[in-house]
Design a protein around this ligand. Structure first.
Ligand SMILES: [Zn+2]
Length: 431
């Protein structure tokens, strides 16, 4: 990469510090629980206009979107605007919705998950905007910095905390945006993440027969019938698929329900199973394995629908199945990520996979769109009362997002092949 480009990016990222941090502080002030992202989306749209995006819009799921450039090859930057809910405000060092800067860190709800990421990608785009504008004005004194074939689309995403991937699915399948690659600005502490385990929810149910509790022999107790089923589900752990990168999948019974009638023999009992998946597992495969174990014990198993309502009033309910994914080590997207790190810092970044689930479950796991994670936030502060992001790392990440498209454009004159998606676009039609 041209040293001149690197130094312009670094300088611009420094110059935009005040605007970038004011934007992050504003986002922290806005409460944006899942499904209630409207005001945070509006604030993000205003910032996308202010940095000079060529187009600013919202899609049907109410994601905030801004585009720089007019090329057909779309690089999508995704960071979500919704936050986890505060459990106990008294445990927080500062009020959650009050952005407080102490030393190098800005504290506040969502700073690390994922509003720091939103500020990083929006201000990465802001730097790109300036470079393209000034590059055009400089007119031929150096090889042109052009992204003619490309558009960079910045997405302030919704719904991630409760239903990761659903809002991105809607953008791709309902509204027709087809990114060539997706970058996720979730917490990576300036390192790269190239995959995640998946997860799914399974409901396992047994039927009994109700009777008055004073004469239990007249009924069939569904809770007692469930006992061996729970034991069998737990015993399955030893035989779940193993992946060389992610280790073994696991499953745990997390909830149990029955009729709320203390003086009756329960007529039904249902448990919820949280299953963690390795890449390659499918809904059919997961269900077949569980049914083989529980059906002989008289139980049924199903993957329930996750209820999802966007802040725009659209229902996006769909199966609670979130596939895992892994970007191949030799994929050009990963090479571009590493080259961006080398160009900025003179060395490659550490590379790992995420423990938690992200919008990549759709982009890479379901749709096979090559996906890579990079963000300034640190995992230790995610969903924690000392939620914070380093402002120096935020500036560094913005510079990374500014440089990335130029590196990617150089490395991939032609679009690379899709990654190994574990499902297909059509596996879960939207309703
Ligand atoms: Zn997140």
């Amino acid at each position: 990469m041209q040293p001149e480009l690197i130094s312009r990016i670094t300088t611009l990222s420094h110059q935009m510090t005040e605007r970038r941090e004011r934007f992050l502080a504003d986002l922290i002030r806005i409460r944006s629980y899942t499904g209630q992202e409207g005001p945070a989306v509006e604030r993000t749209l205003a910032e996308l206009r202010a940095i000079g995006c060529d187009e600013v819009w919202t899609d049907s799921a109410g994601n905030a979107l801004g585009r720089i450039g007019h090329g057909p090859r779309i690089i999508l930057y995704d960071a979500h605007l919704d936050t986890n809910e505060v459990a106990d405000e008294r445990a927080w060092p500062h009020p959650p919705l009050e952005p407080v800067v102490e030393g190098d860190a800005m504290f506040g709800l969502g700073a690390s998950d994922c509003k720091g990421g939103v500020a990083a990608i929006v201000y990465g785009a802001a730097v790109i905007r300036e470079i393209i504008r000034n590059g055009a004005m400089a007119g031929g004194s150096h090889p042109p910095l052009r992204l003619d074939d490309f558009s960079v689309v910045v997405m302030g995403a919704t719904l991630e905390e409760d239903a990761e991937g659903f809002a991105l699915r809607s953008l791709v399948e309902r509204d027709g945006l087809r990114p060539e690659v997706v970058l996720l600005a979730e917490a990576t502490d300036l390192t790269l993440r190239r995959g995640q385990r998946g997860r799914c929810e399974v409901r396992v149910r047994v039927e009994g027969r109700a009777a008055h509790a004073s004469q239990p022999h007249l009924g069939e107790n569904a809770i007692l019938k469930m006992l061996p089923v729970i034991a069998a589900l737990e015993a399955m752990n030893a035989g779940l698929p193993v992946d060389p990168i992610f280790g073994r999948g696991n499953q745990v019974v997390t909830m149990i329900e029955g009729p709320h009638t203390p003086n009756s023999v329960p007529a039904w009992c249902e448990v919820t199973l949280d299953r963690r998946l390795v890449p390659g597992e499918t809904p059919e495969g997961v269900l077949a394995g569980i049914r083989a174990v529980v059906e002989p014990l008289g139980a049924t198993a199903a993957i329930p629908d996750q209820p999802v309502l966007t802040h725009t009033g659209l229902r996006l309910d769909g199966p609670a199945f979130y596939p895992g994914w892994l970007l191949a080590e030799e994929h050009p997207l990963l090479a571009a990520g590493q080259d961006t790190c080398r160009a900025l810092w003179g060395r490659p970044a550490a590379m790992d996979v995420w423990r938690f689930s992200t919008d990549g479950t759709y982009s890479a796991g379901a749709a096979g769109i090559p996906t890579l994670g990079f963000g300034p936030q640190e995992e230790q502060y995610v969903h924690a009362a000392n939620d914070q992001v380093s402002l120096t790392k935020l500036r560094t990440a913005a510079a990374w997002y500014a440089l990335f498209p130029f590196v990617y454009a150089t490395l991939t004159p032609l679009p690379p092949s899709p990654c190994q998606g574990e499902g297909e676009l059509s596996r879960f039609p939207q309703r």
